[in-house]
Design a protein around this ligand. Structure first.
Ligand SMILES: Nc1ncnc2c1ncn2[C@@H]1O[C@H](COP(=O)(O)OP(=O)(O)O)[C@@H](O)[C@H]1O
Ligand SMILES: Nc1ccn([C@H]2C[C@H](O)[C@@H](COP(=O)(O)OP(=O)(O)O)O2)c(=O)n1
Length: 239
């Protein structure tokens, strides 16, 4: 495990759906005593909020206005990263199939992206100071555009990838349990259609310059965590 960093460590992780970003980033943040920011949960919460407020997702201006007024509170504790909107705990509702199917419509709205990126940068900055959750140790932030747009100056930048087959199998297992291994087709839209829509506004299939790729297709979860820690260790050794 890397030494405790002497100055705040910002780790940026991007990748497609089912590559393991959220679970691996959470584990890495826990191991290093860092905060954790799930930016996908912010796009999901924005989608939940618009639907809750009766905003038609096809009305881009109304969606952007609603998101700017959204009372979002993101928890950054990797052991229990809560998501609240106006005091309502939305951690479970934002994971429903309804939200998964609708989220790209909100995430491809460029005004929404501007607003959420502003909040994401503020959350990352907060962890560079003693007053943040991590007490100034730093943060792991994950999503689709963290290495390229939100935090291109991060100390460690990683693209987590996995074959389409592995990603579909993981999602099917997660959504349907063991019986769902036979239901890979049912999750195809949730994973591949969404990735192709999301790829119109973010580039997360190919690593940008200076971004290390970790391909988890043939790795266990623990091996993936170790591979990400090794990349971070290399970067922190150079600092
Ligand atoms: N290397 C791995 N091997 C097997 N399963 C994994 C691996 N990495 C992640 N998973 C599992 O795959 C599922 C999807 O991971 P998740 O972190 O939600 O991906 P993402 O945030 O990229 O969509 C989870 O159930 C997770 O436990
Ligand atoms: N930084 C980000 C993070 C997520 N998004 C979009 C892309 C996804 O369709 C949604 C939800 O992201 P999330 O990471 O929860 O999705 P998966 O769990 O990987 O399937 O938000 C984005 O556009 N930019």
């Amino acid at each position: 495990m890397p030494e405790t960093p002497t100055r705040p460590l910002v780790v940026a992780v991007d990748g497609p759906s089912g590559s393991g970003k959220s679970s691996v980033s959470r584990a890495v943040a826990s191991r290093l005593g860092l905060a954790y920011l799930d930016t996908g949960a912010m796009y999901r919460a924005a989608t939940w909020w618009c639907l809750d407020q009766g905003v038609a997702l096809v009305d881009g201006d109304a969606v952007a206005a609603a998101v700017r007024a959204m009372p979002l509170v993101m928890g950054v504790d990797p052991k229990a990263p809560g998501v609240h909107v106006g005091g309502t705990d939305v951690a479970e509702p934002i994971r429903t199939t309804e939200i998964s199917a609708a989220v790209s419509a909100v995430a491809t709205n460029l005004e929404v992206r501007d607003e959420l990126r502003r909040l994401q940068r503020a959350a990352i900055d907060a962890e560079r100071s003693d007053g943040g959750f991590s007490g100034g140790r730093g943060i792991v932030a994950e999503g689709r555009d963290i290495t390229t747009v939100v935090a291109p100056g991060a100390d460690a930048r990683l693209l987590l990838t996995a074959s389409e087959e592995a990603r579909l199998a993981r999602r099917a297992l997660e959504i349907h349990g063991q019986a769902g291994v036979a239901q890979v087709e049912a999750t195809r839209d949730q994973v591949l259609r969404r990735d192709s829509d999301d790829a119109t506004v973010s580039s997360f299939h190919v690593a940008a310059d200076g971004v290390a790729t970790v391909d988890s297709s043939a790795l266990s979860f623990e091996q993936t965590v170790d591979a990400v820690l090794a990349v971070i260790e290399q970067v922190t050794a150079d600092r």
